[in-house]
Ligand binder design. Structure first.
Ligand code: C2E
Ligand code: MG
Ligand code: MG
Ligand code: MG
Length: 280
């Protein structure tokens, strides 16, 4: 009868919730364990960004990877948000910029000059220690600030926009470029374009993946490129998976392309090799 169906539904529903909850808890436990006593489970991968004006790769995005002994491979989509909620994203970010700066140092020793973008969260932007720490680390490696840039998703900044704007301005003044990531999704609002001090606008891959097929996406991407240019921003299209899409982006005046068609995210050693062989 109906009561029984409802009961079965609730049981099923709560079992599913519990499973999710347990997984989140083990992500927190395992990740904290790894951060405090590293077993080498974390890795930083690099995905090239092709400059469409010069047809050269002069920038890359650093993307974290985590392969845990117990949980297996966990996507950053799954653990970054958990770490943000649990309040320890700062520890991940610290691991990321330390690794990135080491890698930049080694890239340069091999003649590779690229700007490495790291992804930061709102909590990082609000952390007053972040900027001085990164600057002194770069200094220790004898590297200028322009070797590093930051990508952030603007939706997370709404809680204290004034403070965020202030922090981002400091970062910019120090010589770091700031990108607004995933533009067009989530909470993104047009008013951020005039309020956030940013140099680069990244069009979310959901509008780019089928650019070659969908005229609706073509209209959106074309408009966002024009919009970004009105605010003196350079545009990066992420999720470029084929040459037709790449050609369209060149037609539209987009400055940068990133996606599987150019290269997937790969480890530092593979990136060095890829870079040395790449020819547009
Ligand atoms: P994001 O910053 O927007 O990064 C772009 C994502 O799109 C990456 O997923 C990348 O692998 C994927 N991608 C790039 N090109 C293509 C393509 O042509 N096709 C498709 N289907 N996908 C493509 P990934 O590495 O799984 O990262 C997911 C998200 O996790 C990132 O989105 C970023 O928000 C977050 N994330 C990754 N690494 C870090 C990190 O070190 N720190 C922080 N705070 N967040 C990170
Ligand atoms: Mg990003
Ligand atoms: Mg993105
Ligand atoms: Mg994203």
């Amino acid at each position: 009868d109906e009561a029984q169906i409802t009961r079965r539904f609730i049981l099923h529903f709560s079992a599913e919730l519990e499973e999710k909850y347990i997984r989140r808890l083990s992500i927190i436990t395992e990740l904290k364990k790894e951060l405090s006593n590293t077993q080498g489970e974390l890795a930083l991968f690099y995905q090239p960004k092709l400059n469409l004006t010069h047809k050269k790769v002069t920038a890359v995005e650093a993307l974290i990877r985590w392969n845990n002994a117990k949980l297996g491979f966990v996507s950053p989509e799954d653990f970054i948000e958990v770490a943000e909620h649990a309040g320890f994203i700062g520890e991940i970010t610290a691991w990321v910029y330390q690794q990135a700066i080491q890698d930049i140092h080694s890239f340069r020793a091999q003649g590779i000059e690229v700007t490495v973008a790291i992804n930061i969260s709102a909590q990082d932007v609000m952390n007053p220690e972040l900027l001085p720490t990164i600057i002194s680390l770069l200094h220790a490696y004898d590297l200028p600030t322009c070797v590093l840039s930051f990508e952030m998703t603007e939706g997370h900044l709404v809680k204290d926009l004034g403070k965020a704007v202030q922090q981002l301005s400091l970062m910019r003044d120090a010589g770091f470029k700031i990108a607004i990531d995933d533009f067009g999704t989530g909470y993104s609002s047009l008013s951020y374009l005039s309020r956030l001090p940013a140099d680069i606008l990244k069009i979310d891959k959901s509008f780019v993946l089928k650019l070659n097929e969908l005229t609706s996406d073509q209209n959106i991407v074309k408009s966002v490129i024009q919009l970004g240019h009105q605010f003196n921003m350079e545009i990066v299209a992420e999720g470029v998976e084929n040459q037709e899409s790449l050609n369209l982006l060149i037609d539209y005046g987009c400055e940068w392309a990133q996606g599987y068609h150019i290269c997937r995210p790969i480890n530092a050693a593979s990136f060095v090799q890829w870079f040395q062989e790449y020819q547009y």
